[in-house]
Design a protein around this ligand. Structure first.
Ligand SMILES: NC(=O)c1ccc[n+]([C@@H]2O[C@H](COP(=O)([O-])OP(=O)(O)OC[C@H]3O[C@@H](n4cnc5c(N)ncnc54)[C@H](OP(=O)(O)O)[C@@H]3O)[C@@H](O)[C@H]2O)c1
Length: 306
């Protein structure tokens, strides 16, 4: 029998809306919502048919009916929020970057272990079906051993030093905002953890990394390059090169298509799996979106209380 969990969301920004939309389109709904600005939480609840809004978002930590807390506030706030959630026995799905550094993450993981709860980062790379499919193809061995990986990610953000992309107090910078996608991709395909790294950075006036580049290598001498920019567009492109071919994947954070070129004879193969527009939904639910949308429309008509 399927178990139903009650999800609370902390934060109602851009990605918070996408999660609520995804829940609704699967025929479900978030259980409750809390936000720094209460009025926005009220509006959000109305939009997505959520029954409960907290005056103070911290009330969700001690709400006995909440099972899972989804955190979608800026990076610098994650550690405090997730520690309070975990200490109160709530499972946590936290937006990327889950923490600002590995010390914070180690502390959070230890706390989650002590409290017997699941702590997960909302990193799409690890959940898009295309990545599992590519691993199956790589495991067949036709491409040969992995040699190198090249990653681009460039996002043009307004030159506003107060927004979360450039504001140092909100843990801005390319690495924490978009670099984590590229690094997660690299870690998915590299067969061992990289143990050598060289970096270069161009700083924004606030001191955060406006542009960053990394060169990584592991003991097997598999190499990866990552180049990031927050004020210059680049294609979101990943290339994985093996002895007998290479894989290209575009829009990789939510990718659903890759092209493999087998270099011994030059033939190519297009691989598809999952659906970019359904990236925040369960992979096995990809497909049949019309049924879900009908349910979602019904759900939107439901009343709410707070
Ligand atoms: N997985 C993905 O595909 C994806 C995509 C985009 C973003 N993200 C991640 O999601 C997080 C939020 O990004 P976003 O683009 O949704 O941001 P956003 O639109 O700026 O929304 C930020 C939310 O956090 C709240 N907030 C801001 N400062 C806060 C503070 N000091 N304490 C508590 N709450 C605070 C805001 O509340 P107010 O309403 O009061 O301002 C708002 O609800 C970031 O970690 C980002 O990296 C993930």
């Amino acid at each position: 029998m399927a178990v139903k969990y009650n999800w609370a969301t902390y934060g109602v920004g851009v990605i918070g809306h996408q999660l609520a939309e995804a829940m609704n389109s699967l025929g479900g709904s978030l259980y409750s919502v809390g936000n720094r600005t209460y009025d926005k939480a009220v509006k959000f609840a109305r939009e997505y048919g959520i029954n409960k809004v907290y005056k103070d978002p911290e009330e969700m930590f001690t709400d006995p009916d909440v099972d899972i807390i989804y955190i979608s506030t800026p990076h610098n706030t994650h550690i405090d929020i997730l520690k309070k959630a975990i200490a109160n026995g709530k499972h946590v799905l936290c937006e990327k970057s889950i923490t600002l550094n590995s010390d914070e993450l180690a502390e959070a993981v230890e706390l989650a272990g002590k409290n017997h709860v699941v702590l997960a980062e909302a990193m799409t790379i690890y959940h898009m079906p295309i990545y599992r499919k590519l691993n199956e193809i790589i495991a067949e061995g036709k491409l040969g051993p992995l040699k190198l990986i090249q990653m681009n990610f460039g996002s043009y953000k307004d030159w506003d030093m107060n927004n979360r992309f450039f504001n140092r107090n909100l843990a801005g910078g390319a690495m924490l905002d978009i670099g984590v996608y590229a690094l997660s991709f690299v870690r998915w395909f590299m067969t061992e953890t990289p143990d050598k790294m060289a970096t270069q950075v161009r700083l924004a006036p606030t001191g955060v990394d406006e542009q960053a580049s990394m060169l990584l290598m592991n003991e097997k001498q598999e190499m990866a390059t990552i180049i990031l920019s927050l004020h210059a567009k680049q294609p979101k492109r990943g290339t994985i090169s093996f002895e007998h071919g290479y894989i290209e994947i575009y829009e990789y954070p939510r990718g659903d298509e890759a092209v493999i070129t087998y270099t011994d004879d030059g033939h190519t193969e297009k691989i598809t799996a999952g659906a970019t527009e359904e990236a925040l939904q369960k992979p096995e639910m990809n497909g049949d979106s019309s049924t879900r949308r009908k349910k979602y429309e019904k759900k939107r008509q439901r009343s709410y209380r707070f």
